[in-house]
Every structure is written in structure tokens, then in C-alpha cells.
Design a protein around this ligand. Structure first.
Ligand code: UDP
Length: 237
């Protein structure tokens, strides 16, 4: 079957890599995600990945840590490179060619971010992992994901989460919450639904980049999403 999307950007949170742990990385979870990614690479989908860093460090907690926000944000960006390296190792373990590109130069472990080179990699069937977010403090990896997806002319950004889509209210708190199959950017704003932070969301909206929010932990879901099955919630213009 031909996949619906030819080029995708997958955004995973750092926390998703923790599994049931309260900190750091769970290799079993990363390997599972690597196998899910392999499945869609084998379908011919061009894949770029952005992973967060929240399992290791977030820069925003200046009040708690006493570490200045911008300084902490750079620490957070470095955390995303650790996660990216872990994902790279697992992808290669399961037989997927990869490249890690970093928005902060660290040439011993990653290529610098070069847009045209990243595009060439995915065209050749390599999975490109973008580390170090946007390279700038005061941003998030959701924004990095949106930005890179737009730069790469991806067809869609796939936000893999623990819940299976966007709900009228938080389904973990409100049992009457119902799920949207599709929703427009405007509706998300008018209903005050938080899909991503505002910067990331606005980038997608202004550049007509659809977002699919789906449950990354359900086996086969990533393949279903790229195949065009109605999984999760599609946010569109
Ligand atoms: N970060 C940043 N600029 C970026 C991306 C990330 O400063 O472009 C920092 C920021 O401190 C953030 C941390 O890196 O808290 C980890 O990223 P994020 O919180 O987005 O990770 P996630 O929630 O997806 O695990």
C-alpha cells in the first residue's frame, strides 16, 4: 500500500523516552520507537525526527534551580542531543541508516544543521534526527519540530504523545471529554485547546503545515498514521 505522506517529521517528547522511569532513558522504549520508525522507512516514507529533552533537563525552571533561563535552555538543548544520539544508536541497531544534525555545533558527534543536506539524506532513505532544538534559548522542541518540518517541506508533523488525540478537555481528568478526529487551527484557538506551544502552533498555522496528534505507544500506530488511517486528531487549515 502506498503511504499517504511522502515526507514526515516525527516529534517525540523527551519524557516519552523515559517509559515508566522518572528520569533519563528507557532503552526498551527507544528500541520500540526505532522499530516503529523502521516500519515506515520500509514503506518508503522520508522521515525526520525531533526529540525533546524534558526527561533530562528543562531550562524554564529558573525559580527552582537558580540557573538563569537562557543558560538552562542551552542545557536543555544539549539534553536533546543525548536523546538524539540514543535514538540514532537504536535506529542503527534495527538496520536504519541515520544522520544526526545539531543546531549547536558539536562536530565530533553530529553534523551541523544544513537544510539542503538534511533533505538529501531523507531522499536517500536516511532518517535525519535534528538535535539541539532551534539552537536558540526561549524556544521549545515543538517549535524546532515545526520549523524543521516547514524547512524540509514535510507533508505533515506527527506529534507522538501518550493520548490518542485532541480532546474537548483533558481526558485524564474529565471522563466526559470527547475526541476530535479533525479540527481546524482556528477551532483550536477559539476553543482554547493547547496542541503545542503558541510559537510552534502559529508556525504550523501560518505555513499550512498539518499536525497529527496520536498515541505513539500503541503498536502499529505510526504506520497507520502515515498510511492515512484515521488515527489520532488531524489539525488542518
Ligand atoms: N530548548 C531551547 N530551544 C529550543 C529547543 C529546546 O532552549 O529550540 C530547551 C528548553 O529549555 C526546553 C528544553 O530544551 O525546556 C527541552 O526541550 P522541550 O522542553 O521542548 O522538550 P520536551 O518537552 O519535548 O521533552
Amino acid at each position: 500500500m502506498l503511504p499517504k505522506y511522502k515526507r514526515i517529521l516525527l516529534k517525540l517528547s523527551g519524557e516519552s523516552l523515559m517509559g515508566d522511569k522518572s528520569f533519563g532513558l528507557d532503552p526498551a522504549v527507544i528500541e520500540k520507537y526505532a522499530r516503529d520508525i523502521k516500519e515506515i522507512v520500509d514503506l518508503g516514507v522520508q522521515v525526520a525526527v525531533v526529540i525533546g529533552g524534558g526527561n533530562i533537563y528543562r531550562g524554564m525552571n529558573e525559580g527552582e534551580t537558580g540557573i538563569e533561563r537562557a543558560h538552562g535552555d542551552y542545557m536543555g538543548m544539549l539534553a536533546t542531543v543525548i536523546n538524539g544520539m540514543a535514538m540514532q544508536a537504536m535506529l542503527e541497531k534495527v538496520g536504519v541508516y541515520t544522520r544526526l544534525q545539531s543546531a549547536i555545533k558539536m562536530e565530533q558527534v553530529a553534523e551541523p544543521y544544513i537544510r539542503r543536506r538534511a533533505i538529501r539524506h531523507v531522499e536517500k532513505g536516511r532518517v535525519v534526527i535534528f538535535g539541539a532544538g532551534t539552537g536558540n534559548p526561549y524556544f521549545t522542541t515543538d517549535t524546532a519540530g515545526s520549523l524543521r518540518a516547514i524547512e524540509m517541506q514535510a507533508d505533515v508533523i506527527l506529534k507522538g504523545t501518550r493520548v490518542d488525540g485532541i480532546y474537548t478537555a483533558d481526558p485524564e481528568k474529565d471522563p466526559t471529554a470527547t475526541k476530535f478526529n479533525t479540527i481546524t487551527f482556528q477551532e483550536c484557538i477559539s476553543k482554547n485547546l493547547r496542541v503545542m506551544d503558541m510559537t510552534a502552533f502559529t508556525l504550523c498555522m501560518e505555513n499550512s503545515l498539518p499536525i497529527i496528534v496520536f498515541d505513539m505507544n500503541k503498536p502499529g500506530n505510526l504506520r497507520r498514521v502515515v498510511s492515512g488511517e484515521k488515527v489520532g486528531t488531524l489539525v488542518r487549515g
